[in-house]
Ligand binder design. Structure first.
Ligand SMILES: [Zn+2]
Length: 412
């Protein structure tokens, strides 16, 4: 092992700043884009990014949507309140709906109930999102629209973690109201439906809003114009601290940029740290960045290393879309670090790397755990995504592996 790699691993292992950044980001709260919590995180991250010493730059853009002011879901027959949370951009509503329970809510479930769905609220289940065979909430929401549902309810599959959140659309007129329910609320509703028809009252008072998104960049030039974009998303959900998703990723990329930025000048390729926001809103921040680049600028990005939830599991996985350049980087990092980075070949669209892939730029998402629903990521988007769920060892391990992947990509 080269001395510089040994030093790099040792420096990250002993770094006090990694944990300090993680704690400071969690202290700002859930960081829903456009809220005071996100603004507080932005100002902390701006300070941390400027302190790295590279070329600091920002990109701003405008986002419109709906913000919920007051909300609730209750059983009409009993008047009982169900533990619920409006999905991001949930439409305004104050009405009663008959509910149909579609179980998981797969395409087959929807097709089988095709005649019974129009005008009803569909109840589906949240699933462990990081496996090859899961059906994403966005797909279920689209099926609900296609089959003519009037409202969308998604039940948490994790007991004791409250309702599940997530994106509920673009906040445009005519969209259906969409709520997350807790595991217990889902059981209560599902049991009632087993005995006969059941109705729920859905209430959401929402205000249309316009927000300014701000992406943060720090560039360290290399020997050539080519560079590696190391990214993490800033924003999160309102139910907890968005600690795993993605406080852990933010602390990781800051730490890696702190260690690798000074090495860029002697590396074949430079390093660009990118902190994107409005990720939870259909990956808007990174889409704005990629859209701002011309063809020549895109071709100078050797790859995107996107860090989203690198914790919650003792081993790291790379979502590679099967790109040979990325597979080679993971192999090198595994060999050099003596710790495996497992490649997943599926083309995934669950974080900012998807916008790079869509533009023809090789990209990888690094994540802790895949295809194993015991991973901490089973609790993302719930009240359980707090700092206490993050093992310091996982955070350090994720940062070391991210550094080795990025170092290999820089050709250092
Ligand atoms: Zn995320």
């Amino acid at each position: 092992m080269h001395d510089n790699v040994r030093d790099l691993i040792g420096d990250i292992w002993l770094s006090g700043q990694l944990g300090a950044d993680f704690t400071a980001v969690c202290d700002t709260g859930g960081r829903v884009a456009g809220t005071d919590s996100e603004t507080a995180a932005q100002s902390y991250l701006e300070g941390a990014a400027r302190a790295l010493g590279g070329e600091y730059r920002e990109q701003t853009f405008t986002v419109t949507g709906l913000r919920s002011d007051e909300h609730g879901v209750s059983m009409v027959a009993s008047g009982r309140e169900l533990q619920s949370y409006p999905l991001l951009n949930c439409a305004q509503v104050d009405d009663e709906f008959e509910v149909i329970d579609l179980g998981r809510g797969t395409p087959v479930d929807f097709e089988g109930a095709r005649d019974r769905i129009p005008g009803k609220a569909v109840l589906v289940r949240h699933e462990f999102p990081f496996s090859t065979n899961h059906v994403h909430r966005g797909v279920k929401l689209e099926l609900a629209r296609t089959y003519g549902a009037a409202a969308f309810l998604i039940g948490n599959n994790q007991p004791g973690a409250g309702p599940v959140s997530g994106s509920g659309g673009a906040g445009e007129p005519g969209e259906m109201p969409a709520f997350g329910l807790s595991y217990d609320a889902t059981s209560e509703l599902s049991t009632a439906l087993a005995f006969g028809p059941a109705r729920v009252r859905l209430f959401n008072r929402a205000t249309p809003g316009e927000w300014t998104g701000r992406n943060i960049f720090v560039h360290f030039p290399g020997r050539t114009q080519e560079h590696v974009v190391l990214s993490a998303h800033i924003d999160g959900h309102g139910l907890a601290e968005s600690a795993m998703d993605n406080g852990s990723g933010l602390a990781t990329v800051l730490e890696v940029a702190r260690r690798l930025g000074p090495l860029a000048a002697d590396s074949e390729r430079g390093l660009t740290l990118a902190l994107f926001t409005f990720e939870e809103w259909a990956l808007t921040g990174s889409a704005e960045y990629v859209a701002s680049l011309n063809e020549a600028e895109r071709s100078l990005i050797h790859c995107n290393v996107n860090v989203d939830t690198p914790v919650g599991y003792p081993r790291l996985f790379g979502l590679t879309a099967g790109h040979p350049r990325i597979l080679e980087l993971l192999r090198q990092a595994s060999v050099v670090g003596g710790t495996p980075v497992h490649p997943i070949y599926a083309h995934t669209t669950n974080s900012d790397h998807a916008n790079f892939l869509a533009a023809g730029i090789p990209a990888v998402r690094l994540i802790g755990g895949y295809n194993d629903d015991s991973a901490g990521s089973r609790l993302l988007l719930t009240a359980a995504d707090t700092r206490h769920r993050v093992e310091p060892l996982d955070l350090k391990h994720g940062a070391i592996v991210t550094a080795l992947v990025t170092l290999a990509a820089m050709g250092a």
